[in-house]
Write a protein that binds this ligand. Sequence first.
Ligand code: C5P
Length: 238
Amino acid sequence: MTSPICVALDTPDLDRALTLTAAVSGHAGYVKIGMELFYAHGHAGYEAVARAGVPVFLDLKLHDIPNTVAQGLTSLMTMAPRPAIINIHAGAGAPTMQAARAAIDALDGDKPKLIALTVLTSLAADDISEIGYDPALETRQLVIQQAELAKACGLDGVVCSPLEARAIKQACGANFLTVVPGIRPASADVQDQKRIATPVDARRNGADVLVIGRAITGANDPAAAIAEIAEDLKEACV
Ligand code: C5P
């Protein structure tokens, strides 16, 4: 079984990304490459990490009109090996999500899971009403509405907080992928995350993939830190 742990590399430094990938490769199901590494090193940087053999979640959060997102995805899919997971914003709307789905479906060979960002976990209720959403709309309701729309557009899952994963599974079905950041082992610092859970609680609450950054990458020994999390998950059978 693939490990549910996805290590967020979160560095623009390619050598560090490669060192971290090697350190966690025994226990990581995925590594996550984000904007900082991709904008600094492009296709070659991505491919250097992906060739290490750990499946990659390419977290570029595309958000644009349908034609641009579809063509952007097609350009990204010329890289080899292809990512296992890629994401776009649900806020770009149904026409963009449908165009993205069609672009991925048109590929020959391995196709990544296409998932949607719902409401960013950095936004609180005030921030959401400030950008024009109905202040009466609860964040959780908005997240579920966007997850249902993503499902209706044929997407494979969403990124959500550990507190929403179960409700999304209930609304969208057990096979709809929940990729969950905001994970903190009980002993770790909360830092800037707000809606958090431990790895074991997140899995029990319906998270398929646990995106973990600083609790692993900021540890003195990242290999030991991920091994400990993997052991906790094994003991809890989740
Ligand atoms: O270090 P930490 O475990 O908080 O890292 C979490 C990772 O998940 C970071 O790469 C962050 O960008 C990402 N993320 C998040 N909240 C979202 C989407 C992605 O924390 N809603």
